[in-house]
Design a protein. Structure first.
Length: 124
């Protein structure tokens, strides 16, 4: 996946507490924006361009899958975070505006490598 810029929207209440993820995104020069739920994400997306959306699957007013309907018409890449015991899996959902839900899920280390590769592509 490649991105044209470095704006990331993180959707879900626990993302603001996800220090390791936020630190990595900042280290790779991504600008992080936050939305607590689907409504806030849709409001943000109506007035701001983002390149990457990371969303929890369970949100206070719906699901990350519902958010994908809004994202499907935008040139973004998106992943859904699915909690699994004490960790999570990252589901690729949209790649540069093209639906890709159904591709294999990524474990956190694989997802970190994917983000790093996105950042590297932006630097070239």
């Amino acid at each position: 996946m490649t991105l044209a810029g470095r704006n990331v929207l993180l959707v879900g209440q626990n993302f603001q507490a996800a220090q390791i993820l936020i630190e990595r995104l900042h280290r790779w020069n991504f600008r992080c924006h936050f939305a607590a739920n689907v409504q806030e994400a849709n409001e943000f997306l109506a007035t701001h361009a983002v390149d990457l959306v990371l969303s929890n699957t369970h949100l206070s007013d719906g699901t990350g899958y519902r958010l994908l309907m809004t994202l499907a018409r935008l040139p973004v890449s998106a992943f859904l975070c699915v909690p699994v015991e004490n960790s999570c899996l990252w589901l690729p959902a949209i790649d540069g505006g093209k639906k890709c839900l159904g591709l294999p899920a990524l474990r956190p280390p694989e997802f970190a490598k994917e983000l790093e590769e996105m950042a590297r592509c932006l630097s070239t």
